[in-house]
Design a protein around this ligand. Sequence first.
Ligand SMILES: O=c1[nH]c(=O)c2[nH]c(=O)[nH]c2[nH]1
Length: 307
Amino acid sequence: MPTILGQNQYGKAENRVVRITRDGDTHHIKDLNVSVALSGDMDDVHYSGSNANVLPTDTTKNTVYAFAKEHGIESAEQFGIHLARHFVTSQEPIKTARIRIEEYAWERIATSDGNSQFIGADEVKHSFVRKGQETRTTQITFDGEKWQVISGLKDLVVMNSTSSEFWGYVKDKYTTLKEAYDRILATEVSAKWRYNWTSDDARMPNWEKSYEQTRKHMLQAFAETYSLSLQQTLYQMGSRIINSRSEVDEIRFSLPNKHHFLVDLEPFGLKNDNEVYFAADRPYGLIEATVLRDGTEPQIPVDMTNL
Ligand SMILES: O=c1[nH]c(=O)c2[nH]c(=O)[nH]c2[nH]1
């Protein structure tokens, strides 16, 4: 049966680009997921395998990162218009470019003494929580006598665009990681905390207030810790909560290290001064630990944190 080629398009999908713009020590984030689809005179590559008209998808990816550096990202629309125009006007065989962009919004974290709306204290200038609601969880167990309440949250995404280092680690023959003295620290927090309320008495916590305050201390400790490792940040988040909330005796975290790799723009004659990052989704480091009030026994199951 004779066949003919129908509609076709190609490109690189889901280029995760994070652009940090530094205004002194106040940082601004643009976090995009950019998909490029090109079409035009592409009969030959399908019929005969000739690549003469094919701009590699790898090049379309590089263009996204290079444009983020060279032109910045003012808005997703402006960035997409710029890219689409570039592909169609610079490559004769390309007749149509479709650029799809998802943008992830970030808000600044309020510091202990500040207010989220104002950039007052230092920390808030480079500490962000991704917009959108986290999921709140709870598990209640009652054996007719004793109560156990373990509450938590998941999908709370946070980022520090500076004030994070990672160096001085073990190096064996498989170690290639370069020491970092100024990196992005980002994670999606899953946490479970156990209330020390065990009996049906009048001193039971105000659950709504307790959740709100626990979340607040968690975010503030993340923002205010100058981090030498995600493990250290985790411990600071846990101990801030235990020290500030007398109703919580134990908290367990599961923190994926959401890696942001600096893009090498040197092949394009551009210097990447900690501005353009590739946000990788996997594999990721996974840092997990429990923080306890001294003198109490751990009760939160190790594998419960992600539920
Ligand atoms: O904060 C970190 N902790 C690690 O244990 C680790 N390992 C790694 O490769 N990067 C990081 N970052």
